[in-house]
Design a protein around this ligand. Structure first.
Ligand code: ZN
Ligand code: CA
Length: 323
């Protein structure tokens, strides 16, 4: 999600594109190779949610139930009625990768998947090497989310027809050229696809919030944004654990339902200097749920951790994964 990576991806995509065009002169991937890489980062989680809410009348209620449970959990922890997750210790999350590729270069090797897992484990265990740049103002609310990820399985599906995917969940179904979800109540399913164009840019990834249909539960990533230095997965897994964008997908006053993340007027871009002040406070531009460059995002907060904890608490949407 950072510009350096996008630049590298641009070079890589030109090379791939050239090869592709030689092999398939009728296929036009010019959009991907030029204007797409200049576009700013795009997570499509909220857009996908809005589309689903418009089509599925029961989804709103299901997600409200998750929010009600979360608020109840948080108030009980605050009052001391329940102890919170500390009593249960670390949560271990088995990950099933579905690598949906057309050509060999998109068939992300196991070593890169392992690198991605290492990056997730850094970010969810307060080990991110960029944390040294943390402003003192935010150090006090930084959280060790205390969640580990490990590869459970890697499923590889070659789909020779698909040059691009839409954020419509088709990659999550074998019948649509993708790969069916595997036991989503026990495993985090991550689908990796070749390319998801959007307008003049591309979608880096999207996630499904708790409360959605199990058949589409998980995270989707475009293959260029998977690996050791990438933070797209940490951002999307944050959504999958019920975190919202830090700016609340609105202007000042829009909430991410987390008290210790300051209001922001919109997403951050690039690598903002501190303090970048909006809405009367310094933006937490280094939060994983912002849109800053990957090398400049390195923290979750205690409030975000509490929301994630609720998802795995007894009775929570993903409780079966933590027990
Ligand atoms: Zn997002
Ligand atoms: Ca907030």
């Amino acid at each position: 999600m950072k510009k350096v990576i996008l630049s590298l991806a641009f070079v890589a995509s030109v090379l791939i594109g050239c090869q592709t065009n030689e092999q398939n002169p009728n296929e036009n991937e010019v959009t991907e190779n030029t204007s797409a890489q200049k576009a700013e980062k795009q997570c499509f989680t909220v857009e996908v949610l809005e589309e689903k809410l418009s089509k599925n009348p029961s989804l709103k209620g299901n997600m409200e139930a998750v929010e009600n449970f979360t608020n109840d959990y948080l108030s009980k922890v605050k009052s001391g009625e329940i102890a919170g997750r500390l009593v249960n210790g670390k949560i271990q999350i088995p990950v099933v990768f579905h690598v949906i590729y057309r050509q060999a270069s998109e068939n992300v090797p196991l070593s890169v998947l392992q690198d991605q897992i290492a990056a997730l484990n850094e970010d969810f265990n307060m080990q991110n090497p960029n944390r040294g740049a943390m402003p003192a103002e935010f150090a006090g609310v930084e959280a060790n989310v205390n969640i580990d990820f490990a590869i459970e399985d890697v499923i590889r599906v070659q789909n020779k027809k698909k040059r691009r995917w839409s954020p419509d969940d088709s990659m999550k179904f074998t019948s649509k050229g993708g790969s069916d979800v595997v036991n989503p109540q026990e495993f985090l399913n991550i689908w990796i696809v070749n390319y998801m164009p959007y307008q003049t840019g591309q979608i880096l990834g999207y996630a499904q919030f708790p409360g959605g249909d199990w058949s589409t539960d998980g995270v989707v990533l475009a293959y260029r944004f998977v690996g050791r230095t990438q933070r797209t997965a940490s951002h999307e897994v944050g959504h999958w654990m019920n975190l919202r964008h830090i700016w609340g997908d609105g202007g000042c006053g829009a909430s991410d339902f987390v008290a210790d993340t300051p209001d922001a007027d919109g997403p951050s871009r690039g690598c903002p200097s501190y303090p970048t002040v909006e809405c009367g406070s310094a933006n937490m531009t280094m939060n994983f749920m912002d849109y800053s460059d990957d090398s400049c995002m390195y923290m979750f907060t205690q409030g975000q951790k509490a929301r994630m904890d609720a998802v795995f608490a007894p009775g929570g949407f993903r409780a079966t994964m933590a027990d």
